[in-house]
Design a protein around this ligand. Sequence first.
Ligand SMILES: Nc1ncnc2c1ncn2[C@@H]1O[C@H](COP(=O)(O)OP(=O)(O)OP(=O)(O)O)[C@@H](O)[C@H]1O
Ligand SMILES: [Mg+2]
Length: 239
Amino acid sequence: MSNLAIDARGVNKTFGTGALAFQALKDVDFQVKRGELVMLVGPSGSGKTTLLSILGCVLTASAGVVELFGTNITSLRERQLPVLRQALIGFVFQGHNLISSLTALQNVALILETRGVKRRHAHDEAAALLKRVGLGDKLNSFPDQLSGGQRQRVAIARAVAGKPPLVFADEPTAALDAHAGLEVTKILTEMCRENGTSVVVVTHDNRIFHLADRIVHIEDGQITDGHTAAAAATSPTAH
Ligand SMILES: Nc1ncnc2c1ncn2[C@@H]1O[C@H](COP(=O)(O)OP(=O)(O)OP(=O)(O)O)[C@@H](O)[C@H]1O
Ligand SMILES: [Mg+2]
């Protein structure tokens, strides 16, 4: 069994066609080990969300191979992707993306129900997760009744609900002050470490870098510090 959670090789993504074509990812190689926490860092427009979306089965690559836990997702049919996504992946989106007509509890419980947990249990588990992220007194609040940091915590509880083996977080601290940003990232990393989850966090926030196992830089659609752990281990020039 491979020790890689994510093995992406030669990934390209072009948006649009003809004169309007734009290549957002250029031959990206990106590996994440099981249980590893990687932060993906790069300027605005460098391709971070695009890469995360491809790894998260939200977008398909134009070329290249992506394997998640040994399953080649680039060879799957489009309609199979949501099934795989549901089984494997928790997502904290850029902007929290909570459903505004549902309470904090319902937002988290809904994900558990889609992962096959029965309603009663889903509510109990969602309440426990929200308590864990410090929102025990906000279970019945709607997203617009919560602060930015609180909404982000709900989004984190939702991403880890059901313990998916992979969690992606796209700038989870962007809307938060330094203290709140560090707090929510700590909660995310703690919960993922307990579950042995592999995590990719996109961030500009150097105040949270110390929580990562590894930082990967991307610029203009290319990984700029190419030696992944896997490549370094097999490379004769690695030292
Ligand atoms: N659907 C699309 N159609 C055309 N171009 C797109 C599309 N989505 C993204 N792009 C382009 O691809 C590039 C990478 O976008 P992406 O959203 O991945 O950047 P990012 O690194 O996440 O930036 P940010 O830090 O601002 O969120 C950008 O130049 C963007 O304009
Ligand atoms: Mg982005």
